[in-house]
Design a protein. Structure first.
Length: 402
């Protein structure tokens, strides 16, 4: 965003191409009729909106009206014979000298790098430009065209300041999230442990209604922890701070553990949660944490959006003998209009206070980013009122990552 020097130089070069062609005409005409240069082509330069100087070595021998305005000079006589370098601020002088030296050493057009100059009235401004060799009054000279980029520099500085402020805000947000994660997790884990101990002590005296209360407390606590995890994970991925650890991972074991974890949630909704494996070797090279999070989010979504029927996880191999995991549900389905937005952050098909389902809208965004780290292609097919199928295709590249 802020590396605009080269961009500005390219823009200036395009603008100055016409002046380069003009200079060629000037040189041709000067070889034959110097008065044509003095009258016709001098007028073209004079009316140019861009500041143009003609130098002998580094001394000013001519400048147009725009150049006079740039330096706040009353007329050419007030600067004639002065070095153009004298107007350049001290910290930029070496850069300006190098640009002029480069012109004579390479005998070709040279870009004048961004420099700061001081006007006769003491004001300063930033300029860029182009210098080319020419003929003036039958003598070798340098035609220099400058452009005032002060406004551009001021906008760049404002953008830079805004970027720095945004980065500070992002860092503060990360620190806040990390602190809040600790402050939320610690008491929640204490609550979960205490409730479990209390339940075990009262096991013989707890009736069905009270047992449901315990389950609600446990479920709500885990929901809060899951929400905090999603927010922290999303923030980490946004800043490219997540470092995957590629190792041998058993997909069967991961899925089986998740089936056990989500069995109660599925049972509480009278949904059948099934797992079918049609391959013997289930080991791949992957980042175990991110693969687990991908599957956890997709299974959680399938159960969340399924009111009746089943959620089935299938571990198989494709025709190309690559691993594929299908997560198939008989839920409410996803509309065609929402499918292109499904991986956007904070996106949910129903939003606002009237939405029917819990969640932050970060889960699928995290899934997409984690899939990219493991070179997993995600395919989704869905019909409203019938269900959704998520297919995770593990490519051969994944299995070569060690």
């Amino acid at each position: 965003m802020f590396n605009n020097n080269k961009v500005q130089s390219r823009k200036i070069c395009r603008i100055l191409n016409s002046f380069s062609r003009l200079n060629n005409i000037i040189q041709d005409c000067s070889n034959y009729k110097s008065n044509i240069y003095d009258v016709q082509y001098k007028n073209l330069i004079e009316i140019s909106p861009e500041p143009i100087f003609i130098l002998q070595r580094d001394k000013i021998i001519y400048m147009n009206n725009s150049a006079q305005n740039l330096l706040n000079a009353e007329n050419i006589e007030s600067v004639r014979g002065k070095s153009i370098i004298d107007f350049v601020e001290r910290e930029y002088k070496s850069k300006a000298v190098a640009s002029i030296r480069n012109l004579f050493n390479k005998n070709s057009d040279t870009i004048i790098e961004e420099v700061k100059i001081k006007k006769l009235t003491g004001e300063v401004c930033f300029v860029q430009g182009l210098a080319i060799e020419t003929i003036y009054n039958n003598n070798a000279a340098v035609l220099t065209m400058l452009r005032d980029i002060t406004d551009i520099k001021e906008k760049e500085n404002l953008l830079k300041e805004a970027k720095e402020e945004a980065e500070k805000a992002e860092e503060l947000k990360s620190q806040f999230l990390a602190q809040m994660s600790h402050e939320i997790r610690s008491p929640l884990n204490t609550i979960i442990t205490s409730v479990q101990m209390f339940k075990e002590e009262l096991m013989s005296e707890v009736n069905d209604e009270q047992n449901e209360y315990f389950k609600v407390i446990k479920s709500a606590s885990h929901r809060i922890i899951r929400t905090v995890d999603l927010i922290l994970t999303s923030s980490t991925l946004q800043k490219d701070l997540y470092q995957p650890i590629y190792q041998d991972v058993d997909l069967y074991l991961i899925i089986n553990e998740l089936i056990n974890e989500y069995r109660y949630l599925a049972h509480s909704k009278n949904i059948s949660l099934k797992f079918k494996c049609s391959t013997e070797n289930q080991v791949i090279t992957a980042d175990q944490y991110s693969v687990t999070q991908i599957l956890s989010n997709l299974i959680d979504n399938s159960i969340k959006y399924t009111h009746e029927g089943q959620v089935e996880i299938i571990l198989r191999k494709s025709h190309e003998q690559n691993f594929v995991i299908d997560i198939v549900d008989t839920g409410i389905g996803i509309s065609k209009n929402f499918l292109p937005k499904i991986f956007d952050e904070f996106s949910q098909e129903t939003t606002g206070y009237t939405r029917c389902f819990e969640g932050t809208g970060l889960g699928m965004s995290v899934v997409k980013k984690f899939a990219g780290l493991n070179n997993i292609e995600i395919k989704i097919s869905s019909k409203v009122g019938i269900g959704t199928k998520y297919s995770l295709h593990f490519t051969p590249y994944l299995n070569s990552r060690k």
